[in-house]
Ligand binder design. Structure first.
Ligand code: EPU
Length: 439
């Protein structure tokens, strides 16, 4: 378990290359189970969650190969991580073990593809999670409507299909609104079902659109992705394709706020700011300036930050995955901000840690009331989940003195080379291996 040591006070200045989206790549790797022949994915980030997903599809009979980095522009651009080839070689297995699922909830994404292609699937039920209760009932209900039958057995969801899945019109939303991975799971299954499926109340996140675009390249007939009503005309077979993963909007938003909190100036390259429209709207009110460039954005911020109100919402609203980072920024605003979490109402583990650094945040149910302070102080804090950890890194970069963040394996799940990227633009951040961190 590594830690980060951050000495605060440096302004970030320079250019940062945004990686491919983790949350797009994870279900897309799972969706390759649907295809015959090789699929080549570009822009798949090197992250521990991606390793878990490739291990899982490997166990499910796929041959996986990471090619050498590609520096030259081929097709739509270079791929410094090396293109990832995935090909299904053996369709006998259909089980996602607890060992993998417990480390990565996105393992549930193999459920739809396995049922559609292999007619059976056993997936361990994902347990509790540090950002709150995260049920998978909507995934199961959607697949049931396509004709899959389910039982639970020894902590697993066991699904079977008699014959072929059958398309239908269904409502997919839940009490907290649409489900991103649930929409992708059912869309993947419907791509190989018999007849037409209409998903009403579908998630509109760019990651859903990205997966739909890849399925279309594989031969799927999908319309309406990116809207709440997705229409899928089932086909008999899908074939491998070549696809580039979209840029990571959450990494991009995190770096925008990191620039702002350090009163710095960053140019973020290879990102799609259209995916961050609600974030830019809120940040504009805070006093953060974002100027579009070709394929990127230049960020700078006022020295004095204004307090705001923000509510997390499904896309195109403000994403829950940037709530913790915005809160870190608002700790230093000139007045009282109010942040309400509507997607995961318990996603507030960063509040206590930010308060240890001198923030003044009070939680009232799904709302946090943030009284801006003049400065934060370095402290020893604990990373509790991926995005909360990013918020602590941001706070550490502006705090007086040294901040030590333990359990940074959380951040390694979703931010590619974060300390290298931050150090390259001026942050004083160092990774310490466990033995040194404890000493
Ligand atoms: N929900 C249900 N039942 C379900 C599924 C979801 O009630 O069967 C509820 C959830 O509890 C939540 C809401 O619906 O209240 C939305 O959850 P959603 O299903 O959309 O979340 P997810 O698909 O499991 C993805 C991202 C999360 C991100 C959420 C929301 C991946 C791998 N994960 O999760 O990302 O917060 O969408 O945008 O794509 C992260 O990257 O840090 C992260 C947690």
């Amino acid at each position: 378990m590594d830690s980060f040591l951050i000495r605060g006070g440096n302004r970030l200045k320079g250019k940062v290359e945004i990686s491919g989206s983790k949350n797009s790549a994870l279900p897309i790797v799972a969706a390759t189970l649907l295809a015959e022949g090789k699929t080549t994915l570009h822009g798949v980030p090197r992250l521990s969650d991606i390793d878990s997903m490739t291990k899982l599809v490997g166990e499910l009979g796929c041959h996986i190969y990471r090619n050498e980095p590609r520096t030259k522009t081929v097709g739509d651009g270079p791929d410094l991580n090396g293109p990832l080839d995935i090909e299904v070689m053996d369709e006998k297995k259909s089980e996602a073990r607890y060992d993998i699922v417990k480390t990565m909830r996105a393992s549930i994404c193999v459920l739809g593809p396995l049922l559609a292609k292999r007619g059976k699937a056993t997936v361990s039920i994902p347990g509790g999670c540090s950002i709150g209760d995260r049920p998978v009932d909507l995934h199961v209900r959607g697949l049931q409507k396509l004709g899959a039958e389910f039982r639970t057995e020894g902590g697993n969801i066991v699904g079977t299909v008699r014959g072929r899945l059958k398309g239908c019109r269904m409502y997919l939303g839940g009490a907290q609104g649409p489900t991103v991975l649930g929409t992708i799971n059912v869309m993947c299954a419907a791509a190989l079902a018999e007849g037409e499926t209409v998903l009403v109340g579908a998630a509109c996140e760019p990651e859903v659109t990205d997966c739909a675009e890849m399925l279309i390249k594989m031969g799927a007939k999908i319309k309406g992705h990116g809207t709440p009503e997705i229409r899928i005309e089932g086909v008999d077979k899908l074939v491998g394709c070549e696809h580039r993963i979209i840029p990571d909007r959450i990494e991009c938003g995190t770096f925008i706020m990191a620039a702002a909190i350090t009163n710095g100036e960053l140019e973020l390259k290879h990102c799609n700011v259209d995916h961050l429209i609600a974030v830019m709207d809120r940040l504009d009110e805070v006093g953060v300036k974002c100027e579009r460039t070709e394929g990127g954005v230049v960020v700078s911020a006022n020295r004095r930050l204004s307090p705001i109100e923000m509510v997390t919402q499904p896309f195109p609203g403000f994403p829950t995955d940037l709530q913790a980072q915005l809160m870190a920024l608002l700790c230093l605003a000139d007045g009282i901000s109010v942040v309400t979490e509507r997607i995961f109402p318990d996603r507030f583990l960063h509040v206590g840690e930010l308060n240890r650094m001198g923030a003044r945040i009070r939680k009232e149910g799904p709302t946090a009331i943030i009284q801006g302070v003049k400065e934060l102080q370095g402290a020893s804090v604990m990373a509790s989940d991926l995005r909360a950890s990013a918020a602590l890194v941001m706070a550490g970069m502006v705090a007086k003195g040294t901040t030590r963040i333990d359990r940074v394996y959380h951040i390694d799940r979703g931010y590619e080379k974060i300390e290298q990227k931050l150090a390259a633009v001026g942050a004083d951040i160092e990774r310490v291996k466990e033995a040194k961190a404890v000493a």
